[in-house]
Design a protein around this ligand. Structure first.
Ligand SMILES: *Cc1c(COP(=O)(O)O)cnc(C)c1O
Length: 498
């Protein structure tokens, strides 16, 4: 397998190089040179374990690369990495249980260490990077640099904590994340971790990080990388759970082999839903992929009329992990639909004018496989309440966006295929919003966790039990114009914590 830049097919890399680089030199994202020869062996799916499914996906997408080398073959190599990543890390033996709710299925992807779906990818990414580093003979120390609006930071810290040869620095907006999210991060005590708040909002932190990538003079032997979903090593692990949910539906006799299944995905950066499209390209019988957005509905508009326009108001919503106006991974879909040259043109338009418009044939192609819808905050909270009261099922705000969009979409289209709705966060991670939705009182945000338990009896994830008493290890804070000098100091410092 080779990986090509979405903006220039002449830039071509081995999988391990693509994983180490994260983003191509020309600003493009890495994509498989072809999906031929990466068909998933569907006939074996029913017999496969969760880890075997993940290993199969990784070995197909990263075929013929030393990062998977193993005396027993690449599939065994991939299985080793998957085991190191996942064994003992999830609350439940089944890392993504499927719940039947009304006439659909909810895939709960939040049973990992930080209670959001990003754990699935960010537990495996460090193993992929470590293995790629070894197999390419890279001696440099890798420093992962991440700006987070909450979920990415804690999941990345959990995944990279105490991984040899890699360090991680996470920046978060000082007043822009929830108390639970903040405590999850500042209590991580890995010796290779650094967590720092920034005086500013998420965009300030994000721009600061971009500026560091562009202008920091690194000491010899140190390279920077990213844990963001532009890295193909973060996308690939997510493909597996689409196959996994299909296997569960087969085993539960809900579907027959070959039957089309729809997936509704709460979307921000377009990474999760794109992984579903990869699964389809690899042979999974996927019907429609439905992209669910909150009030920041730039994607809903795009799928409607082919115009991507980021020049609009930005809203802070109850589903903050989806508050995004530039969905980076959409570039990968554009590349598949219109090729590198056109993709580079559209990305340049986006940069220069903040907007681009697809040709009709291009939009038609996309609309054959994707639908989209959105849901505002009021509908989000109503949905949580309604589903809890009618179905006794408790969901978080991001999942509620997807569920609401599913119901509206199903009604509009009358589509009869079975549908899986992806649940991306534990209701306990967004306890205060969920309590508001249920019309219940609470004191602090930490208090909301306990009150939500008292009211619903739903199990609190292990990592959130008594979260408010976890010792604070990281207390550094900088202003936005100090980020560069701060990272400069850190990359020149050998030991971060005693
Ligand atoms: C990151 C995130 C999303 C959005 O996923 P993308 O891959 O960026 O589309 C949705 N829900 C939650 C809870 C998240 O943390």
């Amino acid at each position: 397998m080779l990986y090509l830049s979405t903006r220039n097919n002449k830039i071509s890399k081995k999988p391990s190089e693509a994983v180490l680089e994260g983003i191509a030199k020309d600003g493009g994202l890495y994509m498989p040179h072809s999906f031929e020869g990466v068909e998933f062996p569907l006939k074996d799916l029913e017999k496969m374990s969760n880890k075997e499914i993940s290993a199969q996906v990784i070995s197909l997408l990263f075929k013929n690369d030393e990062m998977l080398s193993n005396p027993k073959g690449e599939l065994a190599g991939a299985y080793d990495l998957v085991s190191k990543a996942y064994d003992g890390k999830f609350d439940d033996e089944d890392y993504a249980p499927l719940a039947k709710v009304a006439d659909a299925y909810i895939m709960e992807l939040y049973h990992g260490p930080t209670c959001a779906f990003k754990d699935v990818a960010l537990q495996l990414l460090p193993q992929l990077i470590s293995s790629a580093k070894k197999s390419t003979g890279m001696k440099d120390e890798i420093v992962i640099l991440t700006a987070t609006s909450g979920d990415t930071g804690s999941a990345a810290l959990s995944g990279f904590s105490n991984v040899d040869g890699i360090k991680i620095i996470v920046f978060y907006p000082r007043n822009g994340i929830s108390a639970v999210q903040e405590r999850q991060m500042v209590s991580v005590d890995g010796k290779n971790t650094c967590v720092c708040s920034v005086g500013g909002n998420f965009d300030d932190a994000q721009s600061g990080v971009k500026n560091i990538f562009a202008s920091l003079d690194l000491p010899k032997g140190v390279v920077l990388s990213s844990a963001n979903s532009i890295n193909i090593g973060r996308l690939a692990p997510q493909v597996a759970y689409y196959f996994k949910s299909y296997r569960d539906l087969l085993l539960n006799k809900e579907i027959k082999m070959g039957e089309l299944v729809n997936f509704v995905v709460p979307t921000g950066n377009f990474g999760d839903i794109l992984a579903g499209y990869f699964a389809k390209k690899m042979g999974l019988p996927v019907g429609q992929l439905v992209c669910a957005s909150n009030t920041n509905k730039v994607l809903t508009d795009f799928f409607e009329n082919g115009v991507y326009n980021k020049n609009r108001s930005f809203y802070i919503t109850k589903s903050p992990s989806m508050d995004i106006l530039i969905s980076s991974n959409l570039e990968r879909l554009l590349y598949l639909v219109c090729g590198a040259e056109k993709c580079a043109y559209y990305m340049n338009e986006l940069k220069e004018k903040g907007e681009y418009k697809l040709e009709k044939e291009e939009l038609d192609k996309i609309r054959n496989e994707f639908d989209a819808g959105f849901c505002d905050d009021e509908e989000t909270l109503e949905t949580i309440k309604k589903v809890y009261e009618n179905e006794k099922y408790l969901m978080d705000t991001h999942t509620a966006v997807a569920w609401n969009v599913y119901e509206k979409w199903q009604k509009k289209t009358g589509n009869k295929n079975k549908t899986v709705v992806l649940s991306t966060a534990s209701p306990y991670k967004f306890s205060s919003s969920v309590m508001n939705a249920l019309g219940q009182e609470y004191g602090s945000e930490f208090d909301a966790v306990n009150k939500l338990y008292e009211y619903t009896g739903a199990k609190i994830p292990g990592s959130l039990v008594n979260i408010e008493s976890k010792p604070i290890v990281h207390t550094v804070t900088v202003e936005k114009d100090e980020m560069l000098s701060f990272v400069d100091k850190m990359v020149n410092k050998k030991k971060w914590m005693e």
